[in-house]
Design a protein around this ligand. Sequence first.
Ligand SMILES: Cc1cc2nc3c(=O)[nH]c(=O)nc-3n(C[C@H](O)[C@H](O)[C@H](O)COP(=O)(O)O)c2cc1C
Length: 352
Amino acid sequence: MTLFTPLRLREIEFKNRIGVSPMCQYSAKDGHPGTWHLVHLGSRAVGGAALVMTEASAVQEAGRISPGDAGMYLDAHVDSWRPIAGFVKEQGAVPGMQLAHAGRKASTAAPWFGGGPLTHEQGGWTPVSSTSIPFGAGHPVPRALTLTELDQVVSDFQQATRRALAAGFQFVEIHAAHGYLLHQFYSPLSNDRKDDYGGSFENRIRLLLRVTQAIRETLPQTLPLLVRISATDWNEGGWDLEQSIELCRRLKELGVDLVDVSSGGILPGIKIPAGPGYQVEFAEAIRRQAGVATAAVGMITDPTQAESIVATGQADMVFLAREMLRDPYWPRRAAAALQTKIKPPVQYERAW
Ligand SMILES: Cc1cc2nc3c(=O)[nH]c(=O)nc-3n(C[C@H](O)[C@H](O)[C@H](O)COP(=O)(O)O)c2cc1C
């Protein structure tokens, strides 16, 4: 097994084990992606990644992290995404959409405007969550979702999946990590509910399982479903690896094909011991103990490091984020470093 061995999930073949991790660009208008998104995602498909995932795309307008977030909450978004999914596919990469709801971490400014919470006067809105406790000091007080509104969240994830399919995406990833809405439900650090969605492990994972089931029913059997989780809150009394493994067993039973294993994000100020490949051990434990395919992500930058993660069975794929911003041609560089030949686009053949 190497970094360039193809991987099949259901009827979809990924030509190698390299994925472009979802990355917000804060550059959409009313949820519509534009030329920036086409060039950004398109370049990374030309760069040779097998899997190219969109940024977190909101399933509800109020679920955007920032006003510039991309969305799939309107039928009109389908036409804006279609050329992007089409171009990625033409390059031999598999286009996928990450569907998201930011919950209480919604309504913030883009990083280059400081990233802080936005007031209503600044164009912000009241976020919704599992709880009415804010993410942190200075963050808006969220409104705890009612049971009827939870049904709406499930159905909006499902509706957004239908739109993603209509736009030509070939898989969906549910964003259930980084302290956003679904993570707000499963972490004990952000869920103080007294109803069927709070308290016990079963109750805390209920919303994610419902969303997963609804999306699986909507996706054709031929197309894969991915879920991104935070494997740990890195905090005493919080969500941890053991709960993640049990959750992933359930996700697998519901037809999830690959778990994208990240961590953190539930509360501000928690210290994370980040370093090269610092989350790989979680991807490995989940792969081995839950028996589900995983992607490792987080400070994977070096071709030999990436090759070793796949070759030793720590994960089935590697997802790269910031390294792909530094170098969209990273897969081509990795192939050269690992003495593997991969084809350039025909238009570029004279340079190879
Ligand atoms: C600019 C930027 C935007 C990001 N946006 C998202 C996102 O939309 N969804 C998500 O799940 N993770 C997002 N992430 C996290 C990355 O996907 C990735 O998990 C993280 O950066 C660690 O990988 P890296 O060390 O290769 O950058 C973002 C990261 C960056 C740098």
